[in-house]
Write a protein that binds this ligand. Structure first.
Ligand code: ATP
Length: 226
């Protein structure tokens, strides 16, 4: 589903992502972990086609993002790390507004919005999103990224800084989406959540990939070094 080869991102002469090779298979959840500034968001933005690599190639669904990102983006649901909302709208109005921007037929959009609000336990909310808790706001942003029923979800720290219940709810919801056949690439700080849902984990440090494997294998290889 995703293939990165020799991907490097420079900001002037600063190397944010350094010669990264990475693959994400169809139907898997791959987690990228690393401390602040490791290059997680930059990697996700490049894969989502929001910024171009300085060197290297990115293929998504077999298409070269340097040439066909407009086509591929229709199949990607991207959740940025920060996702401010229009706070003077209800969740439903907000999602309807975006569905119109995306050119979705209004009947389909309303059905999809109702389904998403229900699944994310945001239905029956007549409040404006400005009055929502941080967790509820994050769930609205997730619903927005899923409006067009994308095949590939690229989620930047979906549950970072949220209360434990909402955090687990989101993690379980992502697991459920994998069950529906979605491929998910996410970044996270919390190793426990990553271990709970991810098939494989990529650890990056200073923009370089240290390892990409199952948590079991990573743990074994770390153990064997002691
Ligand atoms: P965090 O967990 O804090 O979000 P991250 O692993 O997602 O960190 P990135 O946001 O990808 O890291 O940033 C990687 C490095 O690139 C950081 O040192 C950051 O300051 C730098 N960087 C990111 N975006 C830019 C930019 N637009 N211009 C210059 N430097 C940038």
């Amino acid at each position: 589903m995703i293939k990165l080869k020799g991907v490097t991102k420079l900001y002037k002469d600063f190397v944010a992502v350094d010669n990264l090779d990475l693959e994400v298979k169809e139907g898997e959840i791959l987690g990228i972990i690393g401390h602040n500034g490791a290059g997680k968001s930059t990697t996700l933005k490049m894969i989502a086609g929001l910024t171009a690599p300085t060197y290297g190639s990115i293929h998504v669904m077999g298409k070269d993002m340097a040439k066909e990102s407009t086509y591929v983006k229709r199949y990607i649901g991207y959740l940025p790390e920060e996702s401010p909302l229009y706070e003077n709208m209800t969740a439903s109005e907000y999602l309807l507004f975006f569905s119109e921007l995306y050119g979705m037929p209004s009947k389909d959009a309303k059905k999809r919005i109702d389904m998403l609000l229900k699944a994310l336990k945001l239905d029956e909310q007549n409040k404006l999103t400005g009055e929502f808790s941080k967790g509820m706001k994050r769930k609205v942003a997730i619903a927005r990224s899923l409006l067009h029923d994308p095949k590939l979800l690229i989620f930047d720290e979906p549950n970072s800084g949220l209360d434990p219940l909402t955090s687990f709810f989101i993690i379980d919801y992502l697991k459920n989406l994998k069950g529906q056949g979605k491929t998910i690439l996410l970044s996270a700080h919390n190793l426990f959540h990553v271990e709970y849902i991810c098939d494989r984990v990529a650890i990056i440090k200073g923009g370089k990939l240290l390892v990409c494997d199952t948590m079991d294998s990573i743990r074994k290889s770390l153990g064997s070094r002691e």
